[in-house]
Design a protein. Sequence first.
Length: 302
Amino acid sequence: MRVFVTGASGWIGSATVDELLAAGHEVTGLARSDASAAALEAKGARVRRGDLDDLASIRAGAEEAEAVIHLANKHDWSNPAASAAAERGAVQTIGDALVGTDRPFLFASGVAGLSQGRPSTEADPSPFHGPDSPRGGSENLALGFVERGVASVSLRFAPTVHGARDHGFIAAIAAVAREKGVSGYPGDGANRWAAVHVSDAARLVVTGLAKAPAGSRLHAVAEEGVPTREIAEAIGRAFGLPVASIAPEEVQGHFGWIGTFFGMDLAASSAATRELLGWTPVGPTLIEDIDAGGYSAAPSAG
Ligand SMILES: NC(=O)c1ccc[n+]([C@@H]2O[C@H](COP(=O)([O-])OP(=O)(O)OC[C@H]3O[C@@H](n4cnc5c(N)ncnc54)[C@H](OP(=O)(O)O)[C@@H]3O)[C@@H](O)[C@H]2O)c1
């Protein structure tokens, strides 16, 4: 299949492009820099130069392809509204380009805010609607295209898609630990984070492209919930730092933007996804990756 991938140079996108190429797909990756373009070309992927703010380029990429996988995100944590607006704009543009084609449109999403007091499941609809909601309400916007002839599929990634050289949320928490000289966890550290290794996440994306019906919500989750206290203990071991509880009212001040997420219970099940696709995660656990030094090269905060 000819697949257009946004975010093809990113953490999940790079692994996904490798999986797509290995499965025999033709990949065109969106690249906004010479470095990202060169990395894609070196793998054997084609390149479409463009930016999330260049919707004409995204539209053309989607129109030329037989399937779209949208993984780009600005991730500007100092301006979440701008990231959400760009996300919504890209999803609207790709959806519009695919109307009436029945072509697969797989797009990144997450598990935050789907349930209260229990792990979220694929049956939980996103409560986020409209441009002012998290991620710009992009999951519901994209799934709304199903009735207009687009095979939209939500890729709900665990809050940590981990592995060596990951620069995501766990790297940010590790950076705070190094800066503060203490590996903290929120409150009693009983709140949990779902987790998945990046190789399993990429394999899920490619399996979902082949097999997921339109309208599916897939959970890229290997571990249902790792207590934040265990995450902090592993980071403490990795950097030789003391481990301490951070009082709930101090979490935001201590951790900064990542505190919003580290203080949340983000447990999630993937039972329905495994059943639907026959997908079985096999990669290392989050704690194994931290213990193996996967985050030891993380830059310090600020
Ligand atoms: N990683 C996780 O644990 C996780 C968890 C839940 C959800 N997600 C979601 O999954 C998706 C992929 O995440 P990721 O971890 O792979 O992200 P990432 O490593 O930060 O990669 C982001 C990608 O988006 C591209 N990008 C950023 N700003 C852009 C812009 N203005 N125009 C065009 N491209 C732009 C980047 O290009 P450059 O290479 O040029 O910078 C990169 O390819 C995102 O939507 C993310 O929110 C990730």
